[in-house]
Design a protein around this ligand. Structure first.
Ligand SMILES: Nc1ncnc2c1ncn2[C@@H]1O[C@H](COP(=O)(O)OP(=O)(O)O)[C@@H](O)[C@H]1O
Ligand SMILES: [Mg+2]
Length: 512
């Protein structure tokens, strides 16, 4: 009997001009957890969607349990025991958990659905793998971690013994991730074969038997966990060493530059409403806002930057009341902003790199001379920025729409930081960018702080918050649940506060 339940050989997949997978190789053994890692856009999701039959392959071969698949479809994949938990969950909010689990293949009793039989079957999995889920709750009422368990049960109900999880921990707190790992280990003990996609090396080192690396659509090799290290994996992922650890200087913070005073901010979403929040940022410090996405971070940033109205409370910038002022007015009062969504708010994609770099201060020297535009002043500045921030390709006449995510973000960061403003609000500044750009952006924020700016850093990456911030506030459902110095913070105490718990100061003793 073949040692592998899955073999993918010489895989090629193009989407029009985009070569998503140039050369993919992957094997899966029965009863192993095999991690697939790589930077954003490396082709990980595509490789696994090919195994799940979501797209036809252009070249290569997929063999499942010894059987060549030919043209693989989701139906064929499911029949061969392949299940996939996607990055975006595919559950129906208005239905109950049980209804979702049996959706599409209801066991029938006459003409009606046999809920009792389905419930029994589901309960069997819940007990066997210790996955607690509340079967009669609506999906809209359960947590993300629980929704993920529901997705896993769905694959099991369809007979999966090869289960693909695409970046399952991206939406979880560290504690929820721990629980997921226990379940994955239970599944493995039971002989299931698992594919775990991630770009978080500590998780991969914790959970995997084997690890495969992809870089820009290419297969970069497979290693046993025991034979590798985070450093080795990083080199394979990006082709060089990177230094994400900031050499942080705890400096004396200076004057208060931003004051948020008992602010209430409306939102469509219940959990994102800000209900009475106060915080401040001083010059020369980075204040990190930690929290799971959707707990009011975006609303807070929008209110500070003038993009969203405040119901109650006050926001002061450099001592000046900027509550409910226009974004332009707030900028003029000394705010720089790296927005969450660089494509809609950060950049005009149709404009060139140069035009974007100078967009917010076209009316200032050296870009104007009297009432005339000073083209050579603009060019000199753009050239300098492109060099200093390593924007590639280094041609400032290109439209920003032609840049990769990381380089587009460098344009935003270059523009905002070089304004030399007193306050810099950075919202998810490294989301979805490559690791080289992450390194540059983090160093830039640290430099801005050393130069005397106050930085409010909102990020869903705990590791980023801890390594950059001087002080950390944690937000949950629109309220601050805790505040601490960064050197007192770790994934445990922050994670508990992110779930709405209170920190007692000792690991593991916090009450939720
Ligand atoms: N359906 C699609 N259509 C066009 N391009 C795609 C599609 N899916 C993925 N891509 C592109 O293929 C490349 C690899 O993407 P993906 O497999 O999602 O990477 P990863 O999961 O490693 O981040 C990226 O450049 C992405 O933009
Ligand atoms: Mg992906």
């Amino acid at each position: 009997m073949n040692e592998y339940v899955v073999e993918m050989k010489g895989i090629v997949k193009n989407f029009g001009q985009v070569q998503a997978v140039k050369h993919g190789e992957f094997t899966l053994k029965k009863g192993e957890i095999h991690s697939l890692i790589g930077e954003n856009g490396a082709g990980k999701s595509t490789m696994m969607k090919l195994l799940y039959g979501m797209y036809p392959i252009d070249e290569g071969e997929i063999i499942v349990k010894g059987e060549p698949m030919g043209t693989i479809t989701p139906k064929l994949a499911i029949e061969h025991g392949v299940g996939m938990v996607h990055q975006e969950f595919m559950l129906v909010n208005e239905l109950t958990v049980l209804e979702n689990i049996i959706l599409g293949f209801e066991p029938k009793k006459g003409l009606t659905i046999d809920f009792d039989k389905a419930r029994k079957e589901v309960k069997k999995y819940i007990e066997q793998y210790h996955m607690d889920v509340q079967l009669d709750k609506k999906v809209s009422q359960i947590s993300v971690g629980e929704a993920q368990r529901v997705e896993i049960i769905k694959t099991l109900m369809r007979g999966a013994d090869i289960i693909i999880l695409d970046e399952p921990t991206a939406v979880l707190t560290p504690q929820e991730a721990e629980r997921l790992f226990e379940i994955l280990n239970n599944l493995k003990q039971d002989g299931k074969s698992l594919v775990f996609i991630s770009h978080k090396l500590n998780e991969v080192m914790a959970i995997s038997d084997r690890i495969s690396v992809m870089r820009q659509g290419q297969y970069m090799g497979t290693v046993n966990k025991e034979e590798t290290s985070p450093l080795d994996l990083t080199k394979r992922m990006i082709g060089r060493e990177v230094f994400l650890n900031i050499d942080k200087a705890y400096s004396e913070a200076g004057d208060t530059i931003l004051e948020v005073q008992d602010v209430w901010i409306p939102s469509q979403k219940e959990t994102s409403k800000i209900r009475g929040m106060s915080l401040h940022v001083k010059t020369g410090e980075i204040v990190g806002v930690a929290g799971i996405d959707g707990n009011g971070q975006s609303e807070l940033v929008e209110a500070i930057t003038g993009l969203r109205k405040v119901e109650k409370g006050k926001i002061l910038l450099c001592g000046k009341d900027i509550t409910n002022q226009s974004p332009r007015k707030v900028r003029e009062s000394g705010l720089s902003h790296i927005p969450e969504d660089r494509n809609t708010r950060g950049l005009n994609r149709a404009m060139t790199i140069e035009e974007n770099l100078i967009a917010v201060r076209l009316d200032q020297p050296p870009f104007t001379r009297g009432i005339m535009m000073n083209k050579s002043g603009q060019d000199t500045y753009a050239k300098e920025m492109v060099e200093q921030f390593d924007i590639r390709p280094a041609d400032y006449n290109l439209p920003t729409s032609s840049l990769s995510g990381g380089n587009a973000q460098k344009v935003v960061v270059a523009r905002e930081v070089s304004l030399g403003n007193k306050l810099l609000v950075a919202s998810q500044p490294t989301r979805g960018v490559d690791i080289g750009a992450i390194e540059l952006i983090r160093n830039t924020l640290e430099k801005a702080k050393k130069a005397g700016a106050g930085v409010l850093l909102v990020s869903a990456e705990l590791e980023e918050i801890i390594s950059l911030s001087d002080r950390i506030v944690v937000i949950h459902e629109g309220k601050i649940t805790g505040e601490m110095r960064a050197d007192e913070a770790n994934e445990n105490n922050l994670g508990l506060l992110m779930m709405g718990g209170t920190d007692t100061g000792k690991d593991g003793e916090a009450a939720v």
